[in-house]
Design a protein around this ligand. Sequence first.
Ligand code: ATP
Length: 465
Amino acid sequence: MEMKDVTDQAICQTTLYVESATLELDEGRLTIRQSQKQFARQQSIQVQYLHVLWAHATTEQLTIHFAAERHKVLNAATRVFQLLDQDTSSSRVQAWIQLLLDRAYGASKPRKHLKIYLNPVSGKGSAVKLYHRYAEPLFEGARCHVELHETCYSGHASWSVREDRDIDSWDAIVCCSGDGLPYEVINGIAQRDDAGYILRNVPIVQLPGGSGNAMCVNMFKTTSFSHAALYTIKGIRQPIDLMSVTQGDKRYISFLSQNIGLLAECDLDTENMRFLGGQRFAVGFLQRLFNPPVYGCDLAVYNPASEHLTDPCAGRLGSQFDVEGRHGLPDLQFGSVNDSLPESWKWEHHPTLSVFFAGQFPFVDAKSKVFPDANHDDGLVDIIIMDSRIGARKLLQLFKRVPEGNHLAMREVHHRKVSAYRVVPARTRGAFSIDGERSSFQTFQVEVHPQLGMTLVAPTGVEER
Ligand SMILES: Nc1ncnc2c1ncn2[C@@H]1O[C@H](COP(=O)(O)OP(=O)(O)OP(=O)(O)O)[C@@H](O)[C@H]1O
């Protein structure tokens, strides 16, 4: 074939002439050149492939659904084009649509089946409005199959996922909420006989309906509701680590953090200031600035050898269970909090500790990059600890540095990565949260389960918003 013929054929595949417009599949985007008789010149519209939701044709018309960005918000938009006579019922139109959708979805599954839990009391209570205003039209435009459940009580989502016989048929479980609902969903699944299989295979994602929204911030790198909805539609599967927290005879599964002391108080003991939104944490912090609480404790860590820190796969100690097959939660590699610790664990005494914070994602909310170099799938959990005698000036410095994650450079902040740890508090009462949810204040032990969880991430090339 002549070079010219090859070029002509390629243009033919990527260019579609419709009535009064030319549609071109360019590098990274669809370009619509519309020649409108009332305008002297051609009008051109460009739509990134990321924003293309769906396209289909009848014998006469081609319809393209996409997300149009205006003032940093995505809205569902539709363009309908009249096909030219020779193209009606043509396989060329179908081939062009297929090429457009291939570029629009890449490795992501189109027309996802989404099970959505909507928490009407999340954050300031606006999750329902946000969902119907921003997410629903995009899901419709993308032809997603949606099953929507508004949660009626605390524990509703947990019960629902525990009882769902077809849970593995969903392409994602979407929590339109704060971080409390994903935590509830994960722990509901954890009670199933096939927990390990479901956690590993069914992605759990968040649309940011709460005040923290850490899962969304870390995985979709946005706090924008409409963008999170688009990234759910276009999301790529991504395994993440989960952590077992044992306390007494209970076992919880944590995806985000464990927090005791000063910072836990700023979150948990300011619930009565919910009307302040994200500001309540700052108010709680300032209230404690000159007299930080003392949370003396003994801490034991299983500190992977230094080679763990350089080998990205080295933390994956617990990956011994099968990926296939149906089975419950993985065994606890180090036993529970009730077992005696192996000798390889090191005990430390911290009588004047004020902050103990452990987590596996960089952000614990959109404005707090507490663990800047944390990695969600390396089999390790980051821990920071800080003494109560740090002083108000340094505490304030810490507060100012956390949004950018520069606080780790402070001498007073001790940071490390481990695969398991135990905390034995000296006090009998105090603030302790798992994934931001208040938990009983008593000795607890944590171990990381490498890549036990599954979520969706924004396609590559998406910038932080
Ligand atoms: N209809 C409901 N009524 C009362 N509580 C509910 C209802 N539905 C869900 N919940 C509970 O609300 C709790 C908080 O949920 P979520 O994390 O979504 O919001 P939030 O706490 O406002 O968000 P954030 O953690 O970001 O502040 C969850 O533990 C969940 O069990």
